[in-house]
Design a binder for this molecule. Structure first.
Ligand SMILES: Cc1cc2nc3c(=O)[nH]c(=O)nc-3n(C[C@H](O)[C@H](O)[C@H](O)COP(=O)(O)OP(=O)(O)OC[C@H]3O[C@@H](n4cnc5c(N)ncnc54)[C@H](O)[C@@H]3O)c2cc1C
Length: 395
């Protein structure tokens, strides 16, 4: 992010907080695939996770650049915001589309950290990226909806009180004629029939959670719904329009995750530069060799370029302008930059890049996620091809 003076105190405060959570804290958790309870509690207590909640609901009412600076610093300090980043942006769907009563009931408690809204149930095993083909159904029955189906990759479900759930409330509309070049992806009846629910996981019956062990410590899960009754007043916005509501929250998610990637890239570059200065082979620091210093310089340049796009996307978001293309490009460039920096950092460390105690291999595994989730590279390229360049929709 372009650093404005008013972001400096936030960055400083984040660095001070993260100093209490050094590499050995994360290593121990990583070994056990355990949740960073203390780290998340510290962030919550300090109010950082309520950064984007407006002041009228008890949050800090900060802007997107400030929220991005928070996430970036977490990652630049070697920590991992994936355990709690959704607490920051998932509430956006409730904020923008929830009723006055829902907002008053939930947002202040979320801002105080008494309620955790960390779980986001969209992806399903059979639908994957094709969200419109999801199969989880919610059928109205009196004053409730009865939900049946399954989600996958519902991260942090075991560490959340609430879940934002996307389910089908009416059958999928029949396919329309083949799309033409430049035709919008959203809109029309194609997206109708999906509804967003705010599920209080502490209160419902018929919900079960199965953790998925992954290559990094991510607290992700599969969630099963068997005749789960969700009160009808837990629908967000209007029935059948949920896809649009979910999409409206995605720019914030993309920008914040891009900021995490920038933080990761900064960590990898700093770690590699320090090691290249200190490691002596053939009687001189390895960083004296151009073959070692050039990849570090390249990773730095790529990170800085991506950082500009993150700043532009955040600025557009703050101005209330359409930032779909910029948010996607920021996420793409930042994820590519962090992954390239991770690879460079392992290479710079030679064998020690693989040793747990250097944290490089842990961060390498953690940052790998972001070219796949929350949206994979190909889908971003398809978005730009279709929506920016006017090429025919390819799927
Ligand atoms: C650790 C982790 C945490 C996650 N957390 C959450 C969460 O909290 N909530 C949630 O809802 N989801 C979550 N996800 C899901 C994530 O958003 C998806 O994994 C991601 O969007 C990719 O979808 P998929 O895995 O189903 O891949 P698929 O859709 O099966 O695609 C597989 C590959 O094919 C490519 N592909 C598919 N279709 C096309 C096409 N038309 N053109 C070109 N390429 C194509 C994709 O780009 C991808 O590379 C998480 C995933 C992971 C791994």
């Amino acid at each position: 992010m372009t650093d404005s003076a008013d972001l400096a105190p936030i960055r400083e405060a984040m660095r001070a907080l993260c100093a209490d959570f050094p590499g050995d804290y994360w290593r121990a958790l990583d070994r056990e695939r355990a949740y960073p309870e203390q780290f998340v509690a510290a962030l919550t207590k300090a109010g950082f996770l309520a950064a984007l909640i407006p002041e009228e609901y008890g949050g800090s009412g900060l802007n997107m650049s400030a929220a991005a600076a928070i996430m970036e610093e977490i990652h630049a300090c070697g920590c991992n915001g994936a355990a709690c980043h959704a607490q920051m942006y998932t509430m956006g769907t409730l904020l923008r589309h929830g009723s006055a009563e829902q907002k008053a009931r939930y947002l202040p408690a979320i801002a105080r950290g008494e309620l955790r809204l960390q779980a986001f149930g969209v992806t399903e095993p059979s639908s994957g990226t094709d969200t419109l083909s999801l199969r989880t159904t919610a059928v109205r029955d009196g004053d409730a909806y009865v939900v049946n189906g399954q989600k996958i990759w519902t991260s942090r479900a075991e560490h959340s009180d609430l879940m934002l759930l996307l389910a089908r409330t009416s059958p999928r509309p029949p396919p329309s004629p083949a799309p033409q070049a430049g035709e919008g992806r959203v809109g029309g009846s194609r997206t109708a029939g999906l509804t967003v629910f705010l599920v209080d996981m502490r209160k419902v019956k018929g919900l079960s959670i199965r953790p998925i062990r992954t290559m990094m410590n991510h607290a992700t899960t599969e969630v099963f719904f068997e005749n789960m009754r969700v009160p009808a007043d837990h629908v967000i916005g209007r029935e059948g329009e949920g896809f649009r509501y979910i999409l409206s929250g995605m720019n914030a998610e993309r920008i914040l995750i891009a900021a995490e990637c920038i933080g990761d890239a900064k960590w990898f570059v700093a770690k590699a530069a320090a090691y290249a200065n200190e490691r002596v082979v053939f009687g001189r620091p390895i960083g004296q060799n151009q073959g070692v210093q050039f990849p570090i310089a390249r990773a730095y340049i790529d990170m800085r370029a991506a950082e500009l796009m993150v700043a532009e996307a955040a600025a557009l978001y703050e101005a209330g302008k359409d930032c779909g293309a910029e948010a996607n490009m920021a996420k793409h460039l930042a994820a590519e930059a962090s992954w390239a920096a991770a690879d460079m950092c392992v290479q710079t460390h030679g064998g020690f890049g693989f040793a747990e105690e250097f944290d490089v291999e842990r961060k390498f595994r953690e940052t790998r996620l972001y070219t796949v989730a929350p949206i994979s590279t190909n889908l971003i390229l398809s978005y730009i091809a279709e929506h920016v360049l006017g090429l025919p929709r390819s799927y």
